[in-house]
Ligand binder design. Sequence first.
Ligand code: ACO
Ligand code: ZN
Length: 377
Amino acid sequence: MKTLTHATFTEFVESQNTQKSASVGPDGEPSTARASAEPSATPVTADAGDDPEVDGKEEEKDDEPAGFSREAEIEKLRTSGSMTQNPTEVSRIRNISKVQFGRHDLFPWYFSPYPEQFSLEDVIYICEFCLSYYGDDFAFNRHRKKCSLLHPPGNEIYRDDYVSFFEIDGRRQRTWCRNLCLLSKMFLDHKTLYYDVDPFLFYVMTTRSEKGFHLVGYFSKEKESADGYNVACILTLPQYQRKGFGRLLIQFSYALSKIENKLGSPEKPLSDLGLLSYRQFWSENILDVLLNNCGKDDKVTIESISSVLSMTTQDVEHTLQALKMQVYHKSDHKIVIPEKLIKQREKQMGKVRRTIDSERIQWKPPVFTASNRTWGW
Ligand code: ACO
Ligand code: ZN
């Protein structure tokens, strides 16, 4: 994931404002959709896909803006669970006050590099399907009448009676993915918004209604991760948080790693909420493996847990340490399960929880050509 400075955000916004429409449909076919004429609207409309070749090169910088310290800024988790920043930082950084998204009003937590004029609006309107943004309801309503997109612009690779997952290529659906990043940046404190979406795939989770497929959350994943990350950024939209969707997203990311026959780990650093969710996921799953093995002859090792769960040995080991489950005994490592943890887990198992049925995943690891990281078929 690339780190962007505020200067780069501005360049991004300017390039969005001046971007010419040269749209192609989701299947790469030329589309008749054209950039909206409204000055306050998203540069590319509705169901238009993107031509991978149209955008120019943008410079990305790795340095942080001066005087911006994440640690100082995020002081604690609020009781609501969302992250808080000190008030001066909020006023300096958060630029959008309210977002109307589908039937929900969202109240952003952090800065997101929408074009500057949007920060003057009391509310901005985002189309929940194509993620185009509008500064006034007239333009937005006009857009809604024209917008024909009813689901994220990619292949549906998973469906159960609760959610669907779509796979979207950042290179083929550049505008949609950038719009997703703009939206998610409002709830991510990372200054690591990746303007360059081309190297990523986006796994987007939706619920379904008669109106279409509604975005709940997503994770992005590098097409090739040198560090073995299976998630770059992960987000549940705030209106859906604390309902178990994050767990489903994380579970799905490991299910993909399993199919790839790889061990995965989320990109660091994790946000506070990311850490809480991952710790919980790792703990639950590791405990389940151990409890299932109780009384069996097979020796459970960090490596065997890691391989069953497609988690890196490092994440397994850190979790065991955090749960105080690793002990040294006669110069040997042993894994012990404290009684308290067994009780806790039994209590948790009493709750009905949705899970991903990995049998339903219709997915083969995509192959990319080395030169352009685009689809290899
Ligand atoms: N307070 C305490 N524990 C929490 C909280 C919270 N606010 N949120 C999640 N957890 C823990 C809990 O243990 C929870 O399990 P429980 O509800 O059974 O107790 C567990 O995580 C899973 O919770 P979910 O409801 O499944 O997670 P959610 O849908 O809320 O999504 C996520 C979690 C994606 C991290 C969400 O909080 C989010 O989008 N945050 C903003 C963006 C962000 O910080 N993303 C991670 C960045 S790091 C990275 O991208 C690699
Ligand atoms: Zn739309």
